[in-house]
Design a binder for this molecule. Structure first.
Ligand code: NAI
Length: 509
């Protein structure tokens, strides 16, 4: 890496906070000479010292050799004034997130640098096109959106404004690769790729909480154990802190003119107002003791000696696998078209709630319980069962005990169209599908950005393909029926691919 010819030889980093420093580190490692500038006196010099300390630590851990250390540190230049950036060929701005301050900076810069110099912003929420509007040569301008901490988050969004020259985006993508990052190309739309695609996970989890279906900890456990998310949505919000994430939710919602798919809930607004913003203040959705999350006790499954016979709806999702599970549990299974008067009636809907299915199938709702079978049982570490408002206690307990028989954790929730996983996954896949329909990015870049930028176990479109676009479509259509909310209307991208039985990755010529 030391002698590698860089796409950009001289790079300016303007704003040397956490983001600017991180970007400076990987630019210097990629072989560029890096000019550090900050309007706060002494901040650029301080950043240079911190970077040197950072590389010293990496030498101690044998991740950087002493030759590399010398090369990297020799590439840092502290600039005292903007005029010192005259000869750079790339300026990366990572200053305060304020449109007018950014425009003011780029207006000044344009008068200093050469006309061939590329100008980019690391903004996470402002329109790239609106910043570029202050420039005489907007074609040289693009977004270059890194994630925190930059050296570890190995993805960067290259954002084309309306007037960005395509060759600028190609060069920025090549430079990203030189820095060891994966570039993904996005059009200049609210939230770009990662922050846009990440809407579903959080807002749908908040909706579930707002319907009092279960507590925050249950939603987190279910999504981690059933799907493989590393952090539950409420753990994630506690980590990011609501003073950061709530404004992002509101901003994307209003930038899309109150699009129901991005609608936030009062829950985060209220908690932000109340100061319960997350881990950094010791209290968010969870309480923290010395930085450690205080665990929330969960109900323990009862042990029963005797179970009622179980009748399974003929319309249950993955019915064969559900029947096999019951057989393995050694319970008596009813095979008649209708349940006997003693039976526990099991339904496994996609998108519908237990109440609706019990009424539609003319079952006794007092004995009806639902189980989420969207994800095959062998692929999940937790089962989720849902009651309805009149489910009898003994039937609830029987279902809880039955599905806990082999030791797999079970969460029992109140009635919910699409339980927890179905509605969260369907929302994520739907938003991702609509991003492709809008042309925000390619399906491939969407999956890459989300797995690298959000750490999801699979890209949203891959997840949709794995579960079956037709299943996701059915879930959404039923969710729309249960809730009557435009939020769940399927994107044309998903609707067409689900109807045609093809992959969500399939582009249209
Ligand atoms: P920060 O507040 O830690 O650092 C900003 C730095 O810019 C400060 O050192 C400040 O003195 C300097 N500055 C402010 N106005 C300036 C000006 N007119 N000229 C030169 N320097 C100026 O901010 P942070 O977190 O490093 O973020 C910087 C940018 O990166 C923002 O646009 C933010 O939206 C974006 N971003 C931040 C992420 C994060 O997780 N913190 C993630 C992705 C993007």
């Amino acid at each position: 890496m030391i002698n590698k010819e860089s796409v950009y030889k001289n790079v300016a980093i303007i704003g040397t906070g956490a983001m600017g420093r991180g970007i400076a580190q990987i630019c210097a490692q990629a072989g560029s000479t890096v000019y550090l500038f900050d309007s706060k006196e002494g901040a650029a010099l301080e950043a240079s010292k911190k970077l040197t300390e950072q590389w010293e630590k990496l030498v101690q851990k044998s991740r950087v050799t002493s030759d590399q250390f010398d090369a990297y540190t020799s590439r840092l230049v502290v600039a005292d004034k903007l005029a010192d950036l005259k000869s750079v060929d790339l300026c990366i701005e990572a200053i305060v997130e304020n449109l007018n301050v950014k425009k003011d900076l780029f207006t000044q810069l344009e008068a200093i640098v050469d006309s061939s110099c590329t100008l980019v912003t690391n903004t996470s929420s402002l329109s790239v096109t609106s910043i570029a509007a202050c420039l005489k040569l907007p074609g040289r301008f693009a977004g270059y959106h890194f994630f925190n901490p930059v050296p570890l988050m190995k993805v960067v969004e290259v954002i084309a404004g309306l007037k960005s020259d395509p060759s600028i985006c190609e060069n920025l993508s090549a430079y990203a690769k030189q820095m060891g990052h994966t570039p993904v190309v996005a059009q200049d739309t609210p939230g770009f790729i990662v922050n846009h695609a990440g809407r579903g996970y959080i807002t749908e989890a908040l909706r579930i909480a707002s319907e009092s279906i279960c507590d925050f900890a249950t939603i987190d456990s279910v999504l981690k154990d059933q799907v493989g998310f590393k952090l539950g949505p409420f753990e994630l919000m506690d980590l990011t802190a609501l003073d950061v994430s709530h404004p992002v939710m509101e901003s994307i919602y209003s930038q899309y003119y109150q699009e129901a798919r991005y609608r936030p809930t009062y829950i985060t607004a209220q908690r932000l107002a109340g100061g319960m913003v997350g881990k950094k203040v010791g209290e968010g959705f969870y309480k923290y003791d010395n930085g450690e999350k205080v665990s929330v006790p969960q109900p323990v499954a009862p042990k029963l000696d005797k179970f009622p016979p179980v009748w399974v709806s003929t319309r249950a999702a993955r019915r064969a696998s559900l029947l096999q599970m019951l057989k393995d549990f050694g319970v008596s299974i009813e095979t008649a078209a209708s349940p006997s008067n003693e039976a526990l009636c099991l339904v496994a809907p996609l998108g519908l709630d237990v109440t609706t299915v019990a009424v539609l199938e003319r079952l006794d709702p007092a004995r009806t319980v639902g189980i989420d079978m969207l994800i095959p049982d062998e692929s999940t570490k937790r089962r989720v069962i849902a009651t309805n408002p009149v489910t009898r206690d003994d039937m609830r307990e029987a279902a809880f005990a039955l599905f806990s028989k082999d030791g797999k954790p079970v969460s029992v929730i109140r009635d919910s169209g699409g339980f927890i996983t179905q509605r969260v996954i369907a929302t994520i896949v739907n938003i991702a599908s609509d991003m492709c329909q809008q042309g925000v990015c390619s399906p491939e870049d969407l999956n890459t950005a989300v797995t690298l930028g959000l750490g999801y176990p699979l890209g949203p479109l891959q997840l949709g393909d794995q579960l079956g676009p037709d299943n996701v479509l059915e879930t959404l259509l039923n969710l729309q029926t249960v809730y009557g909310d435009q939020r769940y209307r399927p994107s044309p991208w998903l609707r067409r691919r689900g109807a045609l039985g093809i992959s969500l990755m399939q582009k249209e010529n």
